[in-house]
Design a binder for this molecule. Structure first.
Ligand code: GCO
Ligand code: MG
Length: 420
């Protein structure tokens, strides 16, 4: 007799775990900006939450989840995280992409949250436990001019930050990436239809080295300094900027070029020792395979919500670790506190953690998403509560209905469409 015959799949699952997914819902809320949240409920009253926010395309992920994913979850054992991940990834046939991977990520986060609550442990304990005492973060200092940026940076230093990203307004350009209206809460998705920025690479390239020269003089050598080019240079321009910035010892230069063509990074590497970071828009390990394998970057910025959840991000990190690449998860305010909680549980448990981006959420956002992580002296302390240590206040969320909001677009001075 076939000895497996006595274990038909369903019976086997029932024997191992009595826990079942009984319902799941998508919550869209806008406490100042839009967030998409998945909540999965189980037969034993335990529930889990996951972030599914994709800035400017929120409702596409919400519909993907509602129409195509939630019906597949009901009745499943929420403990089978890897199998459910594989089911959603392989089972769609159309693999990858930000909409699909954000939807899968939300399911994955919610399932890890459930597993942690069921075990009575914070998720990081299930991922192997602590590799460090807390998570070093970088904040965002920006100003309309260099002096304004340095003033903001001094404030971050006073708050205890050990690392700060510097972005400044560019003389001759009315607005640019990274410079906010409200200095503490940078929110680029600020209009019901995209606003238009103008861009001059020449003006930018003149300004940035001066910013960092003055920053080193004003802030000293101890603090880590970072900068985000936001995909705006060609490889040879990026190589020149990276070389010009070498004397100021950046922690990283981010998104110096577009990364669809991973070879772009070779040229920068050939000319400079400034460390390079990329990957906030990556959806899977395949987007970074060559970058990591050829050691063309130093930090991979893929994050929990846009790269398939904790389950896939761990694989990216493990692959990166083999090639001396460390992590630097995206952590802008368009990722909800659920993503931050998941990123912290991930960060604390991996050997090759580098740094975590931390843009503070507004108090309205924090009220909708109560959480147990906390900022102390430039570090984030991870939750000790079971699961991810984060929740959604559904009644409060309902008071903030969805509002269309888009990121700006960018044109060159002659009107040509460019990268934002
Ligand atoms: C960063 C990012 C963000 C993105 C934003 C897009 O480094 O934090 O570049 O500012 O532009 O997350 O939604
Ligand atoms: Mg960035």
């Amino acid at each position: 007799m076939n000895r497996f015959a006595q274990f038909p799949a369903q019976t086997y699952r029932d024997a191992v775990s009595p826990l079942k997914i009984v319902s799941a819902k998508v919550i869209v809320t806008c406490p100042g900006r839009n967030f998409v949240t998945l909540k999965i409920e189980t037969s034993q009253g335990i529930y889990g939450v996951g972030d599914a926010t994709l800035n400017g395309r929120e409702l596409a992920v919400a519909a993907y989840l509602k129409e195509h994913v939630l019906p597949l979850l009901i009745g499943r054992d929420p403990h089978q995280i890897e199998d459910i991940w594989q089911y959603l990834y392989r089972g769609a046939y159309w693999r990858g992409g930000p909409v699909t991977m954000s939807a899968i990520a939300a399911v994955d986060m919610a399932l890890w949250d459930i597993k942690g609550k069921a075990a009575g442990l914070p998720v990081y304990q299930l991922l192997g436990g602590r590799c460090r005492s807390a998570i070093t973060v970088y904040g965002h200092a920006n100003g309309n001019d260099i002096e304004g940026t340095l003033e903001a940076a001094r404030q971050y230093k006073d708050l205890g930050y050990k690392a700060v990203r510097l972005q400044t307004g560019i003389p001759g350009l009315a607005s640019t990436y990274g410079v906010s209206k409200d200095k503490f809460f940078y929110e680029p998705a600020d209009a019901g239809l995209p606003t238009e920025n103008r861009w001059s690479t020449e003006a930018y390239m003149r300004t940035v080295p001066e910013l960092f020269e003055k920053a080193r003089m004003a802030l000293g050598d101890e603090i880590h300094l970072l900068h985000d080019v936001h995909h705006r240079l060609t490889p040879i321009e990026a190589a020149r900027l990276a070389r010009d910035l070498e004397p100021y010892r950046l922690f990283w230069l981010e998104d110096a070029v577009v990364a669809e063509n991973q070879q772009n990074f070779r040229l920068i590497r050939q000319h400079s020792t400034t460390p390079l970071a990329v990957g906030e828009i990556f959806s899977t390990v395949w987007d970074a395979k060559q970058l990591i394998e050829e050691q063309l970057i130093d930090y991979i910025r893929a994050t929990v919500v846009h790269a398939g959840g904790i389950t896939h991000l761990r694989k990216i990190a493990a692959f990166a670790d083999l090639h001396n690449v460390r992590t630097g998860c995206h952590g802008a305010t368009d990722l909800s506190p659920i993503s931050m909680a998941a990123a912290l549980n991930f960060n604390i448990s991996i050997p090759n953690f580098g740094i975590q981006e931390y843009m503070r959420h507004t108090s309205a956002t924090d009220a909708v998403f109560p959480h147990d992580y906390r900022f102390e002296e430039g570090l984030l302390q991870v939750n000790e509560s079971p699961g991810l240590g984060v929740d959604i206040d559904e009644a409060l969320a309902a008071e903030h209905p969805y509002r269309p909001a888009y990121l700006p677009v960018n044109r060159l001075l002659d009107g040509s469409m460019f990268n934002w």
